[in-house]
Design a protein around this ligand. Structure first.
Ligand code: ADP
Ligand code: ASP
Ligand code: MG
Length: 450
């Protein structure tokens, strides 16, 4: 039995949290590998340091030293503390050099991900020495040392599962077998030439799944600050309940459309090897949480969970009889999606193609589609949109779900800008103005889940 356990930022956010996390690891009898996020707030601080060339970097490196030393104080024996301090200073010195280099360089985008990856390099070291002080044979491992191979655009990497698996079998495979516990940095992998590339914010969940896939784990556990995958974000809907058992498809749809509890790409590497994913609460380790696996849901409730993706814009392209010009549709979508831009919804009519895109991508998308001006008659953009994703038990078989959902939306007077129904067996997606999204989520929860 091999377990991969991933711990998020709040589970490592202070000395106390690290203490709790290290107890959870120590009491786990299975052979295991650990994947860590940065301590909460650290990735944001690193991004801030890149945006400010004058004052932040120096002060920030000192603050990071303080934060990690504070977490370690009183939780390491003398020898481990001494070893930890030497290695922490070494890593911080490298960060200092990297930030200096970053601010001197014109072409910065290529080292942005390296800077962002530093939080995980520091937290993995801290947790390791706390564990060693509790007699756990922990070993700090960087993604490049274990061989997580990635490619793609900066900030949006994808792991090469086959290459990574080969590497992991050679690097951590034997360690795990012998009972050592690698403490692996989450959030990034490396291109073949060694450059770090991150998996996007919240990407350590995906790292956990990539490692689980690579070592053929029996279980992947995502340890966070809530008790499992819930029927809605508990910050928006305080009455949200834990969903005990979930199908891979349901979890993947909800994560993609905004349920922050899992990085959108976490499910795929686990599902490929049929590895169950458990979402557990570090602060209530004995609670069941959520088990995500290959399960066919039996249609008893209308909806099981709702999520929302904000900061979207709806772009509409008009051209008479666009529907009769499939090559134009393809050209527009290719131009929209170049550079890795995600399309969250698409719909067409005789003369319109509408897409929901991240608002941050609009300037580049408009520039690209400008090249198609001879084919397109006009383009409109509606900003401040949100996509609602409602997941239910076999939605397609459950007649009348859409009517019930839209009755609620109409009742609170929210305008539906786009609808995507039937594309997924489990999810019904639609776009409303951001200002109404929270009301829609709360009302749907109250009517059909709560
Ligand atoms: P971590 O640092 O452990 O990765 P995150 O902050 O990334 O944790 O994710 C956990 C948070 O996700 C929760 O605190 C909760 O507010 C939010 N969240 C959003 N949607 C859901 C949901 N459906 N179920 C549980 N939590 C959710
Ligand atoms: N530290 C990274 C972030 O804040 C990755 C993660 O926490 O999963 O986005
Ligand atoms: Mg997260």
């Amino acid at each position: 039995m091999i377990k991969v356990m991933k711990f998020g930022g709040t589970s490592l956010g202070s000395g106390e949290a690290m203490d709790r996390t290290s107890d959870i690891i120590k009491r786990e009898p299975a052979k295991k590998a650990i994947v860590v996020s940065a301590m909460s707030g650290v990735t944001n601080a690193l991004i801030a340091a890149m945006n400010d060339s004058e004052t932040v970097p120096r002060g920030m490196v000192d603050k990071l030293r303080e934060k990690h030393l504070q977490a370690a104080t009183g939780r390491m024996d003398e020898n481990n503390m001494a070893a930890f301090q030497v290695r922490l200073d070494d890593r911080l010195e490298k960060l200092d050099d990297l930030l200096e280099f970053y601010h001197k360089k014109e072409d910065r985008i290529m080292i942005q991900d390296a800077v962002q990856s530093w939080g995980e390099r520091l937290s993995s070291l801290t947790l390791t020495y706390i564990l060693r002080s509790k007699d756990v044979e922990a070993v700090p491992m960087l993604s490049e040392e274990v061989g997580i191979v990635a490619s793609g655009m900066p900030g949006n990497g994808t792991a090469d599962l086959a290459a990574t698996s080969k590497n992991l079998m050679l690097t951590i495979g034997p360690m795990i077998e012998e009972g050592w516990v690698p403490i692996i940095t989450g959030f990034y992998g490396c291109e073949r030439l060694g450059r770090p590339i991150t998996f996007g914010r919240g990407g350590s969940d995906y790292s956990g799944a990539v490692v689980a896939n690579g070592v053929n784990a029996d279980v992947l556990e995502i340890w966070t600050d809530v008790t499992g995958f819930m029927s809605a974000d508990p910050r928006i809907v305080p009455e949200a309940r834990t969903i005990h058992d979930m199908d891979y498809g349901e979890a993947a749809e909800l994560a993609y459309f905004g349920a922050k509890v899992l990085h959108p790409r976490t499910i795929e590497p686990a599902k490929r090897k049929n590895i169950p994913v458990w979402v557990k609460n570090t602060f209530k380790p004995d609670a069941y949480g959520t088990k995500i696996f290959s399960m066919k849901t039996a249609g008893t409730t209308l909806l099981r969970s709702v999520a929302m993706k904000t900061d979207l814009s709806v772009v509409k392209f008009y051209s008479s009889e666009i529907a009769y010009q499939p090559s134009l549709l393809t050209k527009i979508l290719e131009s929209v999606n170049a550079n890795g831009v995600s399309t969250y919804a698409v719909s067409t009519s005789l003369s319109t193609l509408a897409v929901a895109l991240p608002s941050s991508s609009i300037p580049e998308v408009m520039e690209r589609v400008g090249m198609l001006r001879e084919d397109i008659e006009s383009v409109t953009v509606k900003e401040d949109m949100a996509l609602i994703c409602a997941v239910g038990d076999s939605l397609l078989e459950n007649t009348g779900v859409a009517a019930k959902v839209f009755a609620v939306v109409a009742e609170i007077g929210a305008n539906v800008e786009m609808i995507s129904e039937g594309a997924s067996d489990v999810a019904l997606n639609f776009v409303v103005p951001s200002s109404r999204a929270i009301d829609v989520i709360r009302k749907l929860h109250e009517m059909y889940i709560g």
